[in-house]
Every structure is written in C-alpha cells, then in structure tokens.
Design a protein around this ligand. Structure first.
Ligand code: HEM
Length: 474
C-alpha cells in the first residue's frame, strides 16, 4: 500500500479538476492539440487531465513521445474501451483493428491485415501499377475542368479511396458515381461526429447513450457508413468462390470458414465488416487530406512548386508515368512530400492509447488503464528539433548537398506497436499521386480569389478549409 502511495505521489501534474466535469473546460475539443501544447508550457511535457472521472495523460514533444511509443511500446499499446461503438456492433471478438484492445484479437487482425495487404501488392509493383492507373484517371478528370477554377476535394478523395477499395473489395468507383460520393461525404461526417465536447462526454459517461435516440442522433453518419459497407460485403458474398482469393474480403471469408470450429475467433461476420470499414476509412481520409494540403501548399508556394516541376522534368520527363524507383533520384520532391506531412500535421493527436501495465514515463508514474494521448503535433512542430517548426520549409529534410535526410522526429504515422498499419501504402500513394499531378499540371490560385487559409478544421484529422484551384496543363 505504501509503495503504491509513493508511486502515486509521482503522478504527472495537471490543472485543477472540477466536480463532475473534471478538467474538460480546459480543452478546446475542436483544436485539442493546441490546448495540449499550451498546457504543456505550464505543466511540462507529461501532464494529467480528467475527463469527468476518467484519468488522462497527455505526452508532448519528441523525447517523451518516443519514450512512450518506441522505448516502452508494449506498456502503451492498449486502447481505451469505447462503449459508444457498441451500438455499431463492436463487442467481444469484434473490435476491428483501429480501436481494438491490445490482446489476441487485435494481434490476429493486425497480422492478418498486414500480410494480406502485402499479398495483394502493398509495397509491390502490382499495387504500384494500380495507383499509377488511378493517378491517370485523376489527371484526366482534372484536365476535363479545362483550366476553370474547381474544388479538388472529392475528386482526390474518390481517387485515393479507389485504391483501398480495389484492395479490399476489388472495386473502383467512377468519379461521377453519386452513391459513392454520398459514402465519401458520410465518412467525413462520421469523423466530424467524433470531434467536439458532446462525443467526448459520451465516451466518459456512456449511460447517456441509453437515452432513447441519442446514439442515432449523435452518431448517425457512422451507422450509415457501416450500412453502406455492409451492402458491399453482402454483394461480395454472392459472387464468392471459396477456391479463389480476389481481395482482402475473400481472404477474410476464407478465414471465417476455417475458424468455424474455433469458438472465440476474431474471424467472424461482424468483424469482417468492422475490419474492412477500418481499412476503408483510415485508408481514405488520411491520404486524401494530405494530398489536399499538398495542393494548397503548392498554391501558396509557387517557387517550391517550380522546383518540383524542374526535378520531375529532369528525372521522369513528360512521356512516362512516375515510378517508386524514381523517388531515390528525387531528393527535393521527397523532401517536399515529407514537409507536407510534417507541416500539414493531419493526425495531430494520433489515436488514443492506454497503458497496458503500470509504467513510468519521464520519471512520472502512470498506472495501468490510464488513457494516454500522444500529441504528435507537438513532435512534428517540436521547437527543440526543427529549425523552422511553424513554417513550410522542405529544407528540413535536405542536407547541405541537397540530398534527402531522414529525421527521427518525423512521426506522422506514429510509432511502436500501434504504428499506422497502412504507412507503406500511404507513402506509395503520396509519391505517385503527387508526382503525377505535378507532372501534368501547374496549380494556380484562380484570379481574384483570396489567398486560401492555412488554418485547419479539426475533426479527428486536421484538414484544410475548402479552396478553389486552377490546374493549367503543362
Ligand atoms: C493508425 C496516420 C494512412 C490504416 C494510424 C495512426 C496514425 C496514422 C497517426 C495512429 C497510430 C497510433 O495509435 O499511435 C496515418 C497517416 C496516413 C495513414 C498520416 C496517410 C498519410 C493509412 C492507410 C491505411 C491506414 C492508407 C490503410 C491501410 C491504419 C490502421 C491503423 C492506423 C488500420 C490502426 C493501427 C492499430 O491500431 O494497430 N494511422 N495513416 N492508415 N492506420 Fe494510418
């Protein structure tokens, strides 16, 4: 008892907690990373908060985040339990991957997802061709805008989403497919539904969800996204031939068959839906948001765009499509893409972690079962690491000779056991889509249009406000 009391005396400091709501009023839930960075100035890089009665630790800056995610990876590998997802069908042995607790079901699904995506081409030439083909469709669609101002948002979303849909469902959707466009809008709304004060309150006071109509009202789009993807899976089943593996869904269906004798397997119908939805949402929103920041930064920095054009012309030329092999010969473009990810900072607070056992961080005691927020934004903009943390500066990733340099604090995909499962796919997509777009077009701000805002909207991801663009064929 005394030992435990001594440990608790080393619990991280934090603002004073009020009855019932704890420290929730200290956080702007529409910009949590900014509130966290502000609070870290007062309480240090590891500080505590309380959402109602639920304890929370926020970890800031490269050193502390690296210690948690890399050096003590397993201690921080769990996820908090979200009962708000129960109405969507989450439960025992059906937790998908993204919010799954650290344990057997998560390990099984993560291993399966990684190996299956690799079998279907992640990190290989076959997938490279699929991405290049999709980039070609995207360029044609942009070309048909004939240099008129347009908002690239849903074209990019659709193109990126088609890559993950090909892997998971063997399907791609034309850019004028109204039903698919509706799904993409729903995905955005679903992410919006998780941001703000009310959803956070429901996470810690789940009995509020028992009030009739509350889950349906607050999380309406999430339910619709699941219903929609359920249709895709059902259609898939009607054409399924157990001797053939067309895609991720087929591979999962085979595992369900194999697991029929084992009670308690995470390969079941419910989890098929949840895992594929995870891949679909995580694989669409993040990469397409990064590409939207990419075009916006090219509008705002025509000099940098010009240098990327020069490198593309020198290394790839205008007559063939970009390939992953080109990346090694394109240090400037590679640095620009890394800087887009650093400065764009699209997952500023990553996903919540939870301590799997009692542990220590930067000398503080953190008990098992504590929710841990890794403020990735504070790493990507850590003032002790980056020369110009609050400016778009591709030179962060270049040495004096203009060669590409890796930076340890580049953690947009997080790190450790729960590191982004799609990192390799995302990197391939970012390089091939970005270079294809810049090979074909010069992107300009339409005449008379105000300079687009660099401030972001936050809804799980940090994304740009809508903007118009003019694509002039090169
Ligand atoms: C998790 C970032 C693309 C699938 C994550 C996490 C981050 C992240 C920060 C949280 C890691 C943590 O908990 O510490 C990104 C970024 C992307 C991207 C910046 C693109 C630029 C993708 C793609 C896929 C994907 C294309 C699809 C295959 C996942 C999954 C997880 C995850 C399934 C959960 C992993 C787990 O809990 O074990 N991602 N991601 N991501 N990402 Fe990505």
């Amino acid at each position: 008892f005394l030992k435990r009391r001594k440990s608790w005396s080393r619990y991280p400091p934090g603002p004073t907690s009020l009855p019932f709501i704890g420290t929730m009023l200290q956080i702007d839930f529409h910009n949590p990373h900014l509130s966290f960075t502000q609070l870290s100035k007062k309480y240090g890089n590891v500080f505590s908060l309380q959402n109602c009665w639920s304890n929370l630790i926020v970890v800031n800056g490269f050193k502390a985040v690296r210690e948690a995610l890399v050096q003590k990876s397993e201690d921080f590998a769990d996820r908090p339990y979200f009962s708000i997802y129960e109405h969507l069908g989450y439960g025992k042995n059906a937790e998908g991957v993204v919010v799954a607790r650290y344990g057997q079901a998560w390990k099984e699904q993560r291993r399966f997802a990684l190996s299956t995506l690799r079998n279907f081409g992640m990190g290989k030439r076959s997938l490279e061709q699929r991405v290049t083909e999709e980039a070609g469709f995207l360029c044609s669609a942009i070309c048909s805008e004939k240099g008129r101002p347009f908002d690239p948002h849903f074209l990019i979303n659709n193109a990126v989403s088609n890559v993950i849909c090909s892997l998971v469902y063997s399907e791609r959707f034309d850019y004028d497919n109204k039903k698919f466009q509706r799904l993409l809008h729903l995905v955005e709304q679903a992410l919006n539904e998780e941001a703000g004060f009310l959803p956070q309150l429901l996470v810690v006071v789940p009995w509020l969800l028992l009030i009739p109509g509350v889950p349906q009202r607050v999380f309406r789009s999430q339910k619709e996204v699941l219903d929609f993807t359920n249709e895709l899976v059902k259609e898939h089943r009607t054409t399924w031939n157990p001797t053939e593996k067309r895609d991720f869904t087929d591979a999962f269906l085979q595992e369900i068959e194999k697991a029929k004798e084992h009670a308690g397997s995470s390969f079941n119908d419910n989890n098929l839906l949840l895992v594929t939805v995870d891949l679909f949402i995580a694989g669409t929103e993040t990469t397409s948001t990064t590409l939207r920041w990419a075009l916006l930064y090219m509008l705002l920095h025509p000099d940098i765009q010009c240098k990327v054009h020069e490198e593309i012309d020198k290394v790839i030329g205008r007559d063939r499509s970009p390939q992953m092999e080109d990346q090694a010969n394109m240090p400037y473009t590679n640095a620009v893409i890394h800087e887009i990810q650093r400065y764009g900072d699209i997952a500023p607070v990553g996903l919540p972690h939870m301590t799997y056992r009692d542990t220590e961080l930067q000398g503080f005691f953190i008990p098992k079962g504590t929710t841990v927020i890794t403020n990735l934004s504070s790493v990507l903009k850590d003032e002790t690491v980056w020369e110009k943390p609050h400016q778009f500066y591709p030179e962060h990733f270049l040495d004096a000779a203009g060669q590409f340099v890796k930076r340890e604090a580049f953690l947009p995909f997080s790190a450790g056991r729960r590191v982004c499962l799609g990192e390799q796919l995302a990197r391939m997509e970012l390089f091939l889509f970005f270079t294809s777009l810049l090979q074909h077009f010069t992107f300009r701000l339409p005449e008379g249009q105000a300079r687009p805002r660099e401030v972001a909207r936050f809804a799980t991801t940090r994304s740009p406000h809508p903007y118009q663009i003019q694509a002039v064929p090169r």
